[in-house]
Design a protein around this ligand. Structure first.
Ligand code: SF4
Length: 489
């Protein structure tokens, strides 16, 4: 059992799941090594950039509408606050919520604090946050700075909690703790599970927890036909909503890179069944996912009818898109499971996946369930492809794209999408992870890709006037020049 909510902190992904950030080779080999637990991380002798767990923890906490997040850190660690505020405000408009800013505060640790300690500052900030916003809960996220000097965050939190009478939740997400920034999701969920979620009072038979980022509402339409109600978590929720997560009929996740820890813990600790299946992307993945959901909520017959009607509904348009996209090749770069999901969608459209890169790889998930293994599902269903695991190293990505010359580059993170555009490759930035979900998601992708491939003059012009920061020497080298070691057996 890798999840223990009695622990102050959780095990990082490297130790809990054996996760890695370095690999290049066949997806099939990676899948086999993962299942046999013989996977090694191939270290890079040079790295250029990365993300950190603090940002991924805050991205789940910042949009809880009646909470405050205090980042106990130097101000530089809060560089992403404006982005979270932008996502919060656009999401509020979409959801017809009252428009207000995120409640994110930095303790602004300075050099003096690094010498004499930052606890006093943290205690003052918690009180200030309470007086200013009257929140239902306060989350305190840690950073490399507060972690290195060994501030007693637990002590400060416990003292303030007894004075203020609201949950104050420490989230241990220092960037240096893990190379896998998805560990930050787990840290945020660990805190929510430990101090916010309550034991169930009234069990629901139709509310389904959906662990997601902040995509559009694609589930209501699908669920309406099954008499189910989506409960999107964690962004855009309230503390009261989170307290009742234990009452749901089931938990699903749009991406198990995001939700593996949360959904497994909700089942293990609160008895909420997790839908264990490949992600609901591509036809077979969606079939398996819907059937498993139907089994859990007792809607097997309704699910079978829905599968038939949905497939009939998209059949003609899917064939038309397959004809239009015949012979096209794509390169995919995204978080691990979402990357596998995009590959499934592209394969359904008949597009050749000329290469794919995921930001890390979890050989197993917290539920240890083989049907939830999205990479195995891709390999078994659609065959082998060339796959790289690379934690957003731009130098590798530019070199790879320059060689592969795909017709379309599909990428999840904005910082990486710019390289495709600079190389003159039509580049599709996936901001909404729900866009490709289910049967309709295949059509959504097909239409968008066709549109982008047939309107490429902007990126072509951009590339004409762009000077890349990488030299001719580098572009002629093996993209994996700096990747050492062996992957596995
Ligand atoms: S927590 Fe560490 S890795 Fe993350 S932004 Fe701050 S200093 Fe950088």
């Amino acid at each position: 059992m890798t999840i223990n909510l009695l622990n102050e902190d959780l095990q990082i992904r490297e130790n809990r799941l054996g996760s890695i950030t370095g690999y290049h080779g066949s997806a099939k080999d990676l899948s086999n090594c993962s299942r046999k637990s013989v996977l090694n991380d191939r270290e890079r002798s040079f790295t250029q950039c990365s993300s950190c767990s603090s940002g991924t923890a805050i991205c789940q906490l910042a949009m809880i509408q009646d909470a405050v997040v205090i980042n106990h850190a130097p101000l530089g660690c809060s560089g992403d606050f404006p982005e979270f505020n932008f996502i919060n405000r656009t999401g509020q408009i979409k959801r017809k919520m009252k428009l207000k800013n995120v409640r994110l505060i930095s303790t602004n640790l300075r050099e003096k604090d690094m010498i004499y300690g930052g606890n006093e500052k943290l205690e003052k900030t918690i009180k200030e946050a309470y007086e200013r916003y009257n929140p239902k809960a306060i989350f305190v996220t840690t950073s490399c700075g507060s972690g290195i000097i060994g501030d007693d965050v637990n002590g400060a939190v416990e003292k303030a909690e007894s004075e203020l009478g609201i949950p104050i939740v420490p989230i241990f997400c220092e960037g240096f703790r893990s190379k896998i920034w998805a560990t930050g999701f787990d840290a945020a969920y660990h805190g929510i599970l430990k101090k916010i979620v309550k034991p169930p009072k009234n069990k629901s038979n139709n509310i389904i927890n959906i662990i997601n980022f902040w995509g559009d509402d694609y589930f209501s339409n699908l669920f309406e036909k099954l008499g189910l109600i989506p409960n999107y978590i964690v962004p855009f929720t309230t503390i009261t909503q989170l307290e009742k997560l234990s009452e749901a009929a089931a938990t699903i996740q749009v991406c198990s890179t995001l939700g593996t820890y949360f959904s497994t813990a909700l089942e293990q600790e609160f008895g909420v069944p997790e839908v264990k299946s490949p992600p609901p992307y591509g036809i077979l993945g969606t079939d398996i996912w819907l059937r498993e959901l139907g089994n859990i909520v007792g809607k097997e017959k309704e699910v079978e009818e829905l599968i038939i009607s949905e497939k009939q509904r998209i059949e003609e348009e899917l064939q038309d898109l397959r004809n239009k996209l015949k012979g096209k090749k794509a390169f995919v770069a995204a978080g691990a499971v979402h990357g596998h999901s995009i590959i499934s969608v592209l394969k359904e459209l008949g597009i050749q996946v000329a290469g794919a890169c995921t930001w890390h790889h979890d050989p197993i998930l917290d539920n240890r369930d083989e049907t939830s293994d999205s990479l195995k599902h891709v390999v078994d269903t659609y065959g082998d492809i060339q796959l790289t695991v690379c934690n957003k190293q731009s130098f590798e990505m530019v070199n790879l794209l320059n060689r592969v010359e795909p017709d379309i580059f599909i990428v999840r993170h904005s910082g990486m999408s710019i390289w495709g555009a600079k190389l003159g490759i039509p580049t599709m930035l996936i901001g909404d992870e729900q866009f490709g979900l289910g049967y309709q998601g295949i059509i959504n992708y097909g239409q968008k890709i066709y549109d982008m491939i047939t309107n490429s003059s902007y990126v072509k012009n951009l590339s004409k006037y762009t000077k890349l920061p990488y030299t001719k020497w580098w572009l002629e080298q093996d993209p994996f020049y700096f990747l050492g070691g062996n992957a596995g057996e």
